[in-house]
Design a binder for this molecule. Structure first.
Ligand SMILES: Cc1ncc(COP(=O)(O)O)c(C=O)c1O
Length: 352
């Protein structure tokens, strides 16, 4: 009797190459480590994001750029990490009790993270956001069970460009809701859990995945990601240089006059000269990125590297390229890809 042969369309775990080589197992490109058992909740899926070298974009330059793919968190942003930390800290200290309401101001990402964590832990969550942030963020938070309050922008502001003054209006509304509802404020600008989430998790993951870096640069909003990562990197190796990134024309942290408070890089760049999260001793330099450069780099991340991220990721990449072209030639630079491009589809970032 003739030996039975596999039909050509029968599924197999072997790649053509594996089969020719007589080997087995998953294709070589599937390098992310699979979890060994099912997670018990979505909270277990936060963090442990991949790090990818942007080899095509950095081609021809002296140095390397490693990007932490934070848009692969459950809420499609790095802010899931701080949401989890803030709620865990509040539960541990007794500041948050069963049945309490949680309130926070957000550009959408911290709110989405908090909506996820509050849904999983059984808290009611109120997200307070400027109407200037993209509407898909509000829709996502609502779908996750959050109560979303939108705050009108200042008269001179435009949709998609949220200024520090717009944020001050959101802050005032958030404070009022906290008083009215006797709620817990998951205050990302003030609470230490923000930076600590990145100190405990994001930065150690980067260090382990890269085998060490020379430079970190980060577009700041609350400054929590910058501060947490910079503290950890400098502790590991005091020679690591850390740069704050701000929008051109709104670089108040760098001490520049603010000529253009409204810009397109959502999630930060609020032209604040001081931030409670950032100790100035961590800052080795300040960089500025224009809307045009941030948008161009966001599009190049998508078209050249297949990484579909938002404006601030493009700003981080633009800053890293400035450094490789100037003060940090030859360096290994880490950046965060802060959130997903899916959060910007209603704007003009990806218009054909
Ligand atoms: C998309 C995006 N990028 C950057 C930032 C700034 O991060 P941080 O608040 O840690 O400075 C935020 C903050 O909300 C954000 O949502």
């Amino acid at each position: 009797m003739s030996k039975q042969r596999d039909s050509p369309n029968k599924l197999s775990t072997k790649t053509g190459q594996d089969q020719r080589a007589g080997g087995g197992g998953a294709p070589k490109c599937y390098t992310r480590r699979m979890q060994s058992r099912p997670a018990t909740s979505v909270l277990d899926l936060i963090g442990q994001t991949p790090l990818v070298e942007l080899a095509r974009i950095a081609r021809g330059l002296d140095g390397q750029i490693f990007a932490k793919v934070e848009f692969l968190n459950p809420g499609y942003s790095k802010k899931d990490r701080i949401a989890l930390q803030l709620i865990q800290d509040a539960e541990a200290s007794g500041a948050l009790q069963r049945g309490d309401t949680v309130v926070e101001l957000t550009s959408g990402n911290t709110g989405t993270g908090l909506a996820i964590v509050c849904a999983a832990r059984g808290y009611h969550f109120v997200a307070v956001m400027s109407r200037g942030n993209s509407p898909e963020r509000a829709r996502m938070m609502t779908a996750l069970g959050a109560e979303v309050m939108l705050v009108d922008q200042c008269a001179e502001s435009t949709s998609g460009e949220v200024s520090g003054e717009d944020l001050a209006l959101v802050e005032a509304r958030a404070q009022a809701i906290v008083r009215e509802r006797k709620a817990f404020r998951a205050d990302q600008f003030q609470l230490p859990g923000n930076a600590r989430a990145h100190y405990l998790h994001t930065a150690p993951e980067i260090w382990e995945q890269s085998g060490g870096i020379d430079v970190f640069c980060d577009f700041i909003g609350s400054g929590g990601s910058f501060a947490g990562c910079a503290s950890y990197f400098k502790e590991r190796d005091p020679s690591v240089r850390c740069y704050v990134v701000e929008p051109a024309g709104a670089a108040a942290f760098a001490g520049e006059a603010v000529s253009r408070p409204n810009h397109k890089i959502q999630g930060g760049g609020y032209a604040m000269s001081q931030l409670a999260q950032i100790d100035r001793a961590l800052v080795d330099g300040c960089l500025q990125v224009s809307d045009v450069a941030a948008a161009e780099m966001t599009r190049r991340l998508a078209s050249e590297q297949g990484l579909f991220a938002g404006y601030s990721s493009g700003a981080n990449l633009a800053a890293a390229l400035q450094l490789l072209d100037g003060a940090e030639q030859g360096a290994r630079i880490a950046i965060l890809l802060c959130d997903s491009g899916l959060k910007y589809l209603s704007g003009d970032l990806f218009l054909p």
